[in-house]
Write a protein of this length. Structure first.
Length: 109
């Protein structure tokens, strides 16, 4: 991104097949633009994505598009793909525990 932009999450709307997340993007040199990013409901009901993660994955997608198109993407509506869901899930998976350790021995007095 070559210019400062302000990306504001506005909210979401639950629709029949998707959840649609809305954002406003403000730039100093132009007016405010609205963007909508959708995620299929099945991604949430199958537990591949939590409802709390919806705004973040959409924000990441919007920032990528802004960066790719010098803050002026040709579209105002995007869809989170299966590949993006998988990439997000893999990059945000909980770290594996280092293994169980036996409890420390208690000193007898």
């Amino acid at each position: 991104m070559t210019e400062n932009v302000n990306v504001q999450y506005v909210g979401f709307e639950a629709k029949t097949l998707v959840r649609e997340y809305s954002f406003l993007v403000r730039q100093a040199s132009s007016e405010t633009r609205e963007f909508a990013i959708t995620i299929v409901n099945e991604a949430f009901t199958s537990h591949r994505l939590s409802y709390q993660d919806g705004p973040q994955i959409c924000s990441l997608k919007l920032h990528r598009e802004l960066g790719t198109f010098s803050n002026d993407p040709p579209q105002t509506h995007y869809r989170i793909s299966e590949a993006e869901l998988t990439e997000y899930r893999d990059s945000h998976a909980p770290k594996a525990a280092g293994g169980l350790r036996p409890p420390k021995a208690v000193k007898q007095l």
